[in-house]
Design a binder for this molecule. Structure first.
Ligand code: GDP
Ligand code: IMO
Ligand code: MG
Length: 451
């Protein structure tokens, strides 16, 4: 204790990686609780950029235990690559743990993900093709493979004979007319993953419960965002897990009564990768300009992100859905050159006003966003560290976002690196070093060797 849940408040890529890194400084444990390598979390430390897909972003701290929780779907090949990459950069993975309950991405999952997308044609979802949906579907169907299975070759062999031999290969061959997968080759491949990952795979339950009893902060690192939630997002244009606060609990084995604070990360505008409604989308030159200034290209797939104004209906919805008690607002600096700036305060659909995104995505898609216009500040904020040094119009924008969203904005990020952070109120998210002394390599932060 205390337990903090960190969630993305929009459609993912809100800058969670940076905020998790920042909050991990005082965390004994960071747990990824859902999603898989569809996530891409960027951390910039001492001028070096790290992109994490599976490893929790707290790994840059030498004393923080990083857990891949039971709710994650894990591609062992990708994880091993990621481990090797960060080891090459001088980062130890000695404190990494993998729940033996975490489900595995098997070779047929990315294949089926892509084939299903192709079959959808114009109605495709725009998935990351990482096999996330098919892996979660198999978990629910109770034909999934778990990390613990990697350590039991005979069990793995028997299960492969059933799942691959009786279900997946027949589907691949008869439904999609593609070659069947080789069972022996997969058994050899996954047995070797088991040998290489054995030291990380454990039953994390007692370890997490001990940590919950302890004094150090536990941070549940959310991936994706609430609008991609399987139940509350823009279904079917969502991911296959629950990136909301509820999913963080089932994905880690921590009880709701143990949670002290849910932190929501919001971008100062909106982005989305893939298809589905985005009510405030800017499809014109202005949107293009924001995309370029904000470098809005996917961390995982490199796809250009769709861009729009800040949507307070989405923020209000996320705050309510997740019980967000503290907001970290990112990428404010991207709006430095824009005037005026708009905020969507409600939607108009079929003559009615809506304060939350509607469950009917066709109504949402065709709704008219009602905007409020605020003056821009037309001044750089990337060098600002103290709240009182923010341009007045920027402060007005931040205060208005908090008011419309229904939760306090406690920190504002004005650049990718750790020190480009303005603490408006450190009381909820602290302890933090006094403003101005929050240097890149301060505290426990691991010294990253320069290339
Ligand atoms: P995540 O998936 O939520 O962790 O976000 P991503 O890492 O996919 O995308 C966020 C991008 O914005 C990354 O390239 C970050 O380095 C960058 N970033 C984070 N915070 C800020 C900020 O305040 N300003 C700017 N300009 N970039 C930021
Ligand atoms: P982070 O953690 C942004 C999107 C995909 C697609 C939809 C379904 O970096 O914020 P999937 O492969 O999950 O079945 O794709 O979800 N998506 C993300 N968008 N950030 C992410 O993660 C995402 N993870 C999945 O683009 O629209
Ligand atoms: Mg991302």
């Amino acid at each position: 204790m205390p337990v903090f849940i960190l969630v993305g408040g929009q459609w993912g890529d809100e800058g969670k990686g940076k905020i998790i890194d920042l909050l991990s400084e005082h965390a004994g444990m960071v747990i990824r609780s859902q999603g898989g390598n569809n996530a891409g979390h960027t951390v910039v430390n001492a001028g070096q950029e790290f992109r994490f897909h599976l490893i929790p972003s707290g790994i840059l701290y030498p004393d923080t235990t990083c857990v891949i929780g039971n709710g994650v779907v894990l591609d062992p090949r990708v994880l091993l690559e990621e481990i090797e990459q960060i080891q090459r950069r001088g980062i130890s993975v000695d404190r990494l743990l993998i729940s033996d309950r975490a489900h595995l991405i098997m070779p047929w999952h990315p294949i089926l993900d892509k084939l299903e997308e192709e079959q959808r044609g114009d109605d495709r979802l725009g998935t990351t093709w990482r096999g996330i949906g098919p892996a979660y579907a198999d978990k629910i169907r109770r034909i999934g493979f778990r990390a613990g299975d990697l350590l039991k070759p005979r069990f793995l062999e028997k299960k492969l004979a059933f799942v691959l031999g009786k279900i997946k290969n027949p589907i691949l061959q008869s439904l999609y007319a593609v070659d069947p997968l080789d069972q022996d080759a997969i058994l050899a491949e996954y047995t070797s993953y088991g040998e290489r990952l054995e030291r990380f795979i454990v039953d994390i339950f007692p370890i997490v419960q001990r940590a919950v009893q302890g004094k150090q902060r536990i941070l549940l690192e959310g991936a994706q965002g609430s609008m991609l939630d399987l139940d509350f997002g823009t279904y079917p244009y969502v991911t296959s897990s629950s990136p909301s606060a509820g999913g963080a609990l089932t994905g880690s084995g921590i009880a709701p009564t143990r949670v002290d604070l849910t932190v929501g990360v919001f971008k100062a505008y909106t982005t989305r990768v893939g298809y589905g409604p985005l009510p405030t989308e800017l499809t014109d030159a202005l949107g293009e300009q924001i995309r370029e200034v904000g470098r809005e290209y996917g961390t995982t797939t490199g796809r250009p992100r769709r861009v729009g104004w800040f949507d307070a209906c989405v923020a209000r919805y996320s705050v309510a859905l997740n019980g967000i008690g503290s907001i970290a607002l990112t990428k404010l600096d991207v709006l430095d050159g824009f005037d005026p700036i708009r905020i969507c305060t409600s939607y108009l659909s079929k003559g009615e006003r809506h304060d939350y995104p509607m469950s009917n995505i066709s109504h949402l898609k065709h709704s008219e966003p009602i905007y409020e216009e605020l003056p821009g500040w037309l001044a750089p904020t990337t060098g600002v560290r103290r709240p009182e040094d923010l341009p007045k119009a920027a402060r007005r924008y931040i205060d208005r976002l908090a008011e419309l969203s229904g939760a306090p904005i406690d920190l504002v990020s004005v650049g990718a690196s750790r020190d480009q952070t303005i603490w408006l109120d450190p009381s909820r998210l602290g302890p933090v070093e006094p403003v101005g002394q929050h240097q890149e390599e301060a505290g426990r932060h691991r010294q990253v060797p320069q290339r």
